[in-house]
Design a protein around this ligand. Structure first.
Ligand code: DOR
Ligand code: ZN
Length: 472
């Protein structure tokens, strides 16, 4: 037999151990992990001496807007960016046009993205209350990764596009769902055993406070935070927790931005409830104090908060309250982001810079490389029901591998990003620790920053239900 690929002499890392080994790959799967040199030849060899060999990194939260406003981003661009940044699997958010709201649209999306994907992908489904409660079961059977609910967002009547800056009285808009609607969605998703994941910000509070600040003529970042305060997040998190306890749904808080929410979730986890939470690099590495230098590029929802929140988030990472880190890659064009802080859209690129920022944090002593593997690969795979096919370097699992050079230095530059939009808060950030190879099911997609893989290589990843027998 001839191996397809050999990764020689690297340090293989999992969430719990690290050892020197050669990794042999055949037919897209890992065939052997050994400190010996096997007799059989390999068609191709990567010398990983001095490098770390990680299970392929997973970004569980990206918005490629495809189909939809693809002038901002599309799946070919976002997955090239993912590959450039060492990511082997992405989970695509469902706020597309059409959204992933029923089985037929799931199939359309699978078809659409399969033709464009440079890396593997999973699909989130959207929850839009009474508009698709009846479709939750079929979406689960299709293998969606989880169910996303944009709590507090209004949606367009025909397209179900999210309305980012909703004001009561807007035309052709379905206003944000009420608690009764949310509870019913939870009941439906509970039957699948999959995650009910929420964007947690109280729209009632935000509307009232933002209106007030705007009327006073406020236009600074501090004003934005006054209109969209920490309370907006923790209110919704606390309510969601109580509703999750009652409904039994697997509640997951997306992109946490406040210390208060992290502390609340820690407490409920201690009581034994399986409630989970993720965060993103911008909440780990930025605070309001960076706005002066970075400017509107760093506007995201929920907004980046204060230094004490950054500290609280790091505490949540250190003690395991926070399950994993994802990018919330949500590009808008440069033109759209160039305006007054109230009216510009929230969101920025993230999928390409996440791994390097995290590797840099390892070099800074904030994390261990095993922690990084846990946060960017192992836990996401476990949480979303695709482990150990993904998230592990183990014989017979998918040969998804990210090789990193912990000594290599790089400056993140907007012009080097592979996304359509170049909007990032991290332009000019110096990092030490860079992915050098992205390997998806044995195929080298990125080598030394160059994309050498092909469009359409990525395949859909199916998540089984956590409840036996639900997926038919
Ligand atoms: O900043 C954000 N951008 N937050 C969201 O919730 C949505 C996202 C987007 O799609 O632009
Ligand atoms: Zn998002």
């Amino acid at each position: 037999m001839v191996w397809d690929l050999k990764i020689s002499n690297g340090t293989v890392v999992s969430g719990s151990e690290m050892f020197q080994a050669n990794v042999y790959i055949k037919d897209g799967a890992i065939g052997a992990i050994t400190n010996e040199t096997l007799e059989e030849e390999a068609s191709e060899t990567i010398d990983a001496t001095g490098k770390h060999v990680l299970p392929g990194l997973i970004d569980t939260h990206i918005h490629s807007r495809d189909p939809g406003p693809t002038y901002k981003e599309d799946f070919a661009h976002s997955t090239r960016a993912a590959a450039a940044g060492g990511i082997t699997t992405v989970f695509e958010m469902p706020n597309t046009t059409p959204p992933v709201n029923n089985a037929a649209n799931f199939d359309l999306q699978k078809e659409n993205l399969s033709q464009k994907a440079y890396v593997d992908f999973g699909l989130w489904a959207i929850c839009i209350g009474p508009l698709n409660n009846a479709n939750i079961k079929e979406l689960n059977a299709k293998g969606v990764i989880g169910f996303k609910f944009f709590w507090g967002y209004a949606v367009h009547k025909e397209t179900y596009q999210l309305m980012y800056n909703y004001k009561p009285g807007m035309e052709n808009v379905i206003p944000p769902f009420d608690d009764g609607d949310v509870y019913e969605m939870m009941e439906e998703v509970e039957k699948t055993g999959k995650l009910f994941a929420v964007h947690a910000e109280s729209s009632e509070l935000i509307q009232k406070l933002t209106d007030r600040v705007e009327k006073q003529g406020g236009s600074s970042y501090e004003d934005l935070l006054e209109g969209r305060p920490n309370l907006a997040e923790v209110l919704t998190v606390a309510k969601g927790i109580e509703m999750a306890k009652a409904s039994g749904v697997r509640f997951h808080v997306l992109h946490v931005s406040t210390k208060e929410a992290v502390d609340t979730i820690r407490d409920v986890q201690k009581q034994g409830y399986p409630i989970t939470v993720e965060t993103c690099p911008h909440y780990m590495f930025l605070s309001n104090e960076d706005y002066e230098q970075i400017g509107p590029q760093m506007k995201v929802y929920p907004p980046v908060k204060y230094k004490k929140d950054q500290v609280g988030i790091w505490e949540g990472i250190a003690d395991g309250t926070i399950s994993h880190v994802c990018s919330d890659h949500a590009p808008h064009t440069e033109e759209e982001k160039d305006g007054d802080l109230w009216s510009i859209p929230a969101g920025m690129c993230g999928v390409e810079s996440m791994a390097s920022l995290m590797l840099n944090a390892v070099n800074d002593g904030k994390l261990s490389i095993k922690d990084l593997v846990r946060l960017l690969s192992e836990e996401p795979a476990k949480l979303f029901g695709i482990y150990p096919k993904k998230g592990a370097i183990r014989v017979s699992t998918d040969a998804d591998i990210t090789i990193v050079d912990m000594e290599k230095e790089m400056v993140i530059k907007r012009e080097n990003l592979h996304s359509k939009s170049k909007v990032t808060a991290f332009d000019g950030f110096k990092v030490k620790g860079v992915p050098t190879h992205t390997i998806v099911r044995g195929k080298i997609i990125m080598k030394d920053g160059n994309i050498i893989g092909e469009k359409g290589t990525g395949e859909l990843v199916i998540s089984g239900s956590n409840k036996a027998g639900v997926v038919s």
